[in-house]
Design a protein. Structure first.
Length: 175
């Protein structure tokens, strides 16, 4: 006979196993029923990672020797984004079933999908952060290029100082 603490621990472990098994079976059914052999979630991850990999590759010029410091930093970010996207795509390829119409292959793919799910989510979060930084850098460089090609001379060190003065000129004090 089990003591109460051990029985509760065993019951908790059994419930955890049942929950995990249910998720694996549900994922396996999704894989088996899909035309591509992927779940909707992994299809979305695949599409996003593929697009990001292609976009990041386009941002990298063949010759980086004549780039400014900001442009080199942008290229470095693009390389990082491309690397993260490649890692996601490799992970998705690892969990893909060999034969999506085979029940056993779909089951093993469902198990691997759940097994690597947290790693995939971490990589996706890193890619999202990298993409946000890349967007910020692109916006800055684009804005700076537009301002530097306009007729108004631009001094980046006084940019924020001048914009705060513009906001104050519209105020009138009453005495």
């Amino acid at each position: 006979m089990l003591d109460p603490i051990t029985a509760i621990g065993l019951a908790g472990n059994i419930l955890t196993f049942i929950d995990y098994s249910t998720k694996v079976i549900s994922t396996s059914i999704d894989i088996y029923g899909s035309a591509s052999g992927n779940t909707q979630d992994t299809q979305t991850s695949d599409a996003v990672a593929t697009e990001m990999k292609q976009f990041a590759a386009k941002l990298q010029p063949p010759d980086q020797t004549q780039l400014s410091g900001e442009e080199k930093a942008l290229c470095k970010l693009a390389i990082e984004c491309e690397g993260l996207a490649k890692r996601i795509l490799e992970l998705l390829e690892k969990v893909k079933p060999k034969n999506p119409k085979s029940r056993s292959s779909s089951f093993f793919a469902g198990f691997k999908t759940k097994l690597y799910e947290s790693e995939r989510h971490k990589l996706e979060e890193q890619l999202s952060n990298c993409r946000a930084q890349l967007t910020l850098s692109l916006n800055y460089l684009t804005r700076y290029d537009i301002l530097s090609t306009s007729q108004v001379p631009v001094d980046p060190s006084h940019q924020f100082e001048n914009s705060s003065k513009v906001g104050n000129t519209g105020r009138h004090s009453k005495r």
